[in-house]
Ligand binder design. Structure first.
Ligand SMILES: Cc1cc2nc3c(=O)[nH]c(=O)nc-3n(C[C@H](O)[C@H](O)[C@H](O)COP(=O)(O)OP(=O)(O)OC[C@H]3O[C@@H](n4cnc5c(N)ncnc54)[C@H](O)[C@@H]3O)c2cc1C
Length: 401
């Protein structure tokens, strides 16, 4: 009898895994159990295209017929509640048990709900699923002031989308600058200036302590005592891996499901990948990481040995009438940096070097060089005669040789 591969979760990691399994094995049964009611879709478009016509068909990762063509059985609205690793079975929300020979857990992550007094009131949203976007769109029409908790990329993409709908937008960020993991101080300042030109208020070093309102959010109180009126709140303050189904199993879980570079857990026939997986103490939390990890898991499940090598983190944002790109390491010690701050803060470029190699880059306003820089970082390209190269363009010319 043909064996069963069971995949829990239907995101990008699941789809990548299916592709690699089918590359190697056309016969094995593949079953995907998905608790959403949609075919796997481009989750990253939820904030980027919040008010676009995000019809399911337009944002699918694969056409619907792809699953039949690849002999994949996809079950919707099926939440896996627990796993019986002794008997190789999963338990579903409809009471059914389903057996597996190999199991891939790609349940992703959920947006962290900040423990703020009043966070469960009405008119408070987060954006993780297509259903969240639908709920926001239904509710936002008569709202004037939207308060975004969190000044990271997701929060800012949301803020931009709301401001494009002529809403008054306020961004509250606990740290001292926007996007601190991707931008240096100056780039954050430039971004903030651009954002404020769209009448979006940015409050740094600020924490929401309390949400006030009769049943629904009507105002908030900050840590400095300031009260701010709002009609809707959207929070985006980090993620937590969806590991609950592993409770009471022997699978090792820390912040995520612990895997090796083959995406194997400590239980021989169980694999994990994507936002739910923790590799070398890190949870990727990024699209390209989830896709690559799913690919590696799929190969190993199908019997073709593959290993994951750490990808260079990349962030791109197109909002506030500018483009922004950050790649690699912009925090750790570097031994040289080249900075170009031009056109009154409209264009900013910064490169970080260590041992004659580029280790990180930030581009704001002109991101044409992004791919060449990403490649140089990934390939650890040595820049010869580093001392004679003084400008961004010198470096670029050298890389193009
Ligand atoms: C709004 C938004 C914008 C983003 N923008 C970017 C970006 O610009 N760049 C970038 O690199 N990354 C971005 N990300 C992150 C990126 O989308 C994730 O890293 C990626 O989707 C992770 O893929 P995954 O397959 O691991 O999990 P997911 O895509 O989260 O899929 C997991 C699926 O499993 C389902 N599931 C969970 N538990 C169960 C269960 N018990 N039973 C059945 N099904 C279950 C979930 O509902 C979900 O459908 C963004 C994320 C969001 C939410």
């Amino acid at each position: 009898m043909s064996k069963n591969v069971v995949i829990i979760g239907g995101g990008v990691a699941a789809v990548s895994a299916v592709k690699s399994i089918r590359e190697v094995d056309k016969e094995i049964n593949i079953h995907i159990f998905q608790n959403e009611k949609y075919y796997p879709y481009y989750r990253i478009k939820l904030t980027k295209g919040l008010f676009d016509n995000l019809e399911e068909e337009k944002i699918l990762l694969q056409k619907k017929e792809w699953y039949d063509l690849n002999n994949v059985k996809l079950y919707f609205d099926k939440e896996v509640l627990s796993i019986d690793t002794m008997n190789n079975k999963i338990n579903l929300n409809d009471g059914i048990c389903f057996g597996y020979d190999k199991l891939l857990i790609v349940t992703g992550a959920s947006n962290f709900k900040p423990p703020i007094d009043g966070i469960n009131k009405g008119n408070i949203f987060t954006i993780r699923e297509l259903e969240d976007v639908k709920a926001i769109k239904d509710s936002v029409i008569d709202k004037k002031i939207i308060l975004n908790i969190g000044g990271g990329i997701q929060g800012l993409e949301g803020a931009w989308a709301f401001s494009q709908q002529d809403k008054e937008v306020i961004v509250v960020e606990a740290l001292e600058r926007l996007m601190p993991r991707q931008l240096d101080k100056r780039a954050s300042e430039i971004l903030q200036n651009l954002i404020e030109k769209f009448n979006i208020k940015v409050l740094l070093n600020s924490k929401v302590e309390k949400i006030i309102g009769e049943g629904k959010a009507e105002s908030i109180i900050l840590n400095n005592g300031t009260r701010i009126k709002c009609d809707m709140i959207v929070y985006s303050v980090g993620i937590r891996a969806n590991t609950k189904i592993l409770e009471n199993t022997e699978v090792n879980v820390a912040r995520g499901i612990i895997v090796n570079n083959k995406m194997q857990t400590n239980v021989e026939n169980i694999y994990a990948a994507g936002d739910v997986a923790e590799l070398s103490g890190q949870i990727g939390g990024l699209w390209n990481v989830a896709s690559e990890e799913g690919k590696v898991a799929g190969y190993n499940i199908a019997g073709k040995e593959a290993s994951y090598s750490i990808l260079t983190p990349v962030t791109m944002m197109n909002a506030f009438n500018t483009s922004l790109f950050s790649v690699g390491n912009i925090e750790e010690s570097f031994d040289k940096t080249i900075v170009e701050d031009e056109k009154d803060g409209k264009v900013y470029k910064r490169l970080f070097f260590k041992d004659d190699k580029i280790i990180g880059a930030i581009l704001v306003g002109d991101t044409k060089a992004s791919m060449i820089l990403k490649k140089a970082i990934e390939n650890k390209t040595i820049i010869s005669d580093m001392n004679s190269l003084k400008s961004f363009n010198d470096i670029l010319a050298e890389l193009k040789k």
